[in-house]
Design a protein around this ligand. Structure first.
Ligand code: ADP
Length: 170
C-alpha cells in the first residue's frame, strides 16, 4: 500500500493527478495559503462554481471542476482551526480526509493530491496532523482498489520531513 502513497515537496496547483484537494474555509469563497493559490491557478470560473455550493462544514468536503488546472476536479475540504484539541479538532481533521476520499471514490478518481490540511493558518500541530492524514489515507486504500496514487504535496521541507517520519512509523 505504501507504494500507492507518495510524499513530495512542491506546489499542489501544478499536480497532474485527477483531483487535487483544497484546504478551504467554510465559505468556500477563497482565502489565503493553498486556497488562494488554487483559485488563482484555476481561474474565475472556480469561484463561480463555489458560489453555488452554499459553503461547507468543518470536516466536510465538496467537489467542483478543475477549470484551468491540470486536475479534472478540485475537492474542497474545510480543516479545523486548532484551538488546543478539546473541540473535536482531531476528528474533524480525520473527517476531511475521509470525506474527500469518499467523494473521490464516488467520482472514480484514480489519483489525488492532498496539501497538509490545517497545518498552515489553522495551526494544527504538524506531528499529529501527519499521523491523522496517513492513518485515514491508509485505511481508505485498504478498502479501495481503484485509487492508484495518493500524493501528499508539502510546500516546505519541514512539512515534508514530518510526513516522511510519520509514514515510516508504522
Ligand atoms: P489551513 O488554513 O488549512 O491551515 P493553509 O493554506 O494555511 O491551510 O496551509 C496548509 C498547508 O498548505 C501549509 O503547509 C502551507 O504551507 C501549504 N501550502 C500553501 N500553499 C501551497 C501550495 N501552493 N501547494 C501546496 N501546499 C501549499
Amino acid at each position: 500500500m505504501k507504494e500507492r502513497i507518495s510524499i513530495v515537496t512542491g506546489d499542489i496547483t501544478t499536480q497532474e493527478t485527477d483531483a487535487i484537494v483544497n484546504a478551504a474555509n467554510t465559505s468556500l469563497l477563497g482565502g489565503g495559503g493553498v486556497d488562494g493559490a488554487i483559485h488563482r491557478a484555476a481561474g474565475k470560473q472556480l469561484l463561480e462554481e463555489c458560489r453555488t455550493l452554499g459553503g461547507c462544514e468543518t470536516g466536510g468536503a465538496k467537489i467542483t471542476k478543475g477549470y484551468n488546472l491540470k486536475a479534472k476536479y478540485v475537492i474542497h475540504t474545510v480543516g479545523p482551526v486548532w484551538n488546543g484539541g478539546k473541540y473535536g479538532e482531531r476528528e474533524k481533521l480525520a473527517g476531511c480526509y475521509k470525506n474527500s476520499l469518499a467523494l473521490a471514490e464516488k467520482h472514480k478518481v484514480k489519483s489525488i493530491a492532498f496539501p497538509s490540511i490545517s497545518t498552515g493558518i489553522y495551526r494544527f500541530p504538524i506531528e499529529e496532523a501527519c499521523r491523522i492524514a496517513l492513518k485515514e489515507i491508509k485505511s481508505f486504500l485498504k478498502n479501495n482498489n481503484i485509487m492508484e496514487k495518493v500524493v501528499i504535496v508539502c510546500f516546505d521541507k519541514n512539512t515534508y520531513e514530518e510526513y516522511e517520519k510519520a509514514n515510516y512509523e508504522k
